[in-house]
Design a protein around this ligand. Structure first.
Ligand SMILES: [Zn+2]
Length: 247
């Protein structure tokens, strides 16, 4: 699998080779453009596809061959989380909730309920800022630490982290190392924030089910309780059970 540093070293060596030998071998200028574009494409994919483990190693699936899957919910706590918790309790399913620090204020009782119901919680940054991927390491680290401090109050020793938007880069990797947090990705993306159609999302998730699947959902969405009401029985009908923890 490609990693950030080896590809960057290879890119720089390629540039040096180009400039050193361009006069002697009459290299075509377009080779340089293709080389830069190739590097840019690799960087883009590495940052935006968490499953590639390009900048850091995330847990993107459960370590099992059994027909077990894990539901994960991002962006709470939110008033909609209450109904999500009700649905999970009704079907006796545990999940992992990745919490945004700034969303805790006013929703403390909901977060308390998540933990009391036996679910795991993890860090999803304090601000979930749109430009967190261009922030320097110090600022990123302070943001993650602020959320960590709050969620440890509810579930001590939690070490799980999900990058906002699933974006990773060298600064985020450094911050997670400093804070000793483990990144958790996914290998089933529901696209629930863009599809917004319960039946289509259900079919999308079912078509990607596999042993050890980690499924990405968002508890803040209005239709999430409705989706769970059809999705959980459909997953069980396919012979799958639900994992209680990441690993
Ligand atoms: Zn998020």
């Amino acid at each position: 699998m490609l990693k950030f540093w080896p590809t960057t070293v290879a890119f720089v060596l390629g540039l040096i080779t180009f400039f050193v030998f361009q006069s002697s071998f009459h290299f075509n200028f377009w080779y340089l453009i293709i080389w830069i574009k190739l590097y840019a494409i690799i960087q883009f994919c590495g940052a935006y596809f968490i499953g590639l483990n390009f900048h850091l190693t995330s847990i993107n699936s459960l370590n099992t061959n059994e027909k077990k899957v894990l539901l994960t919910f991002d962006d709470g706590p939110h008033t909609n989380t209450v109904k999500v918790l009700g649905g999970l309790k009704k079907h006796d399913v545990k999940a992992v909730f990745f919490i945004i620090g700034k969303n805790i204020q006013g929703n403390e009782a909901i977060l308390k309920q998540i933990v009391a119901d036996g679910h795991q919680i993890g860090n999803h940054s304090f601000t979930h800022h749109n430009f967190i991927d261009v922030w320097p390491t110090k600022k990123v680290s302070e943001d993650f630490a602020a959320c960590q401090k709050l969620i440890e109050h509810y579930q001590p020793n939690t070490k799980f982290f999900r990058p906002p938007y699933g974006v990773t880069n060298p600064n985020i990797a450094k911050a997670l190392k400093q804070l000793n947090l483990q990144s958790i990705g996914w290998n089933v993306r529901s696209y629930d924030t863009s599809i917004k159609d319960v039946e289509k999302i259900k079919q999308r998730v079912l078509s990607q089910l596999k042993p050890g699947a980690i499924i990405l959902l968002h508890d803040r969405l209005d239709f999430m309780p409705e989706l769970l009401e059809v999705l959980i029985p459909a997953i069980k009908e396919k012979g799958y059970s639900f994992a209680e923890k990441v690993n």
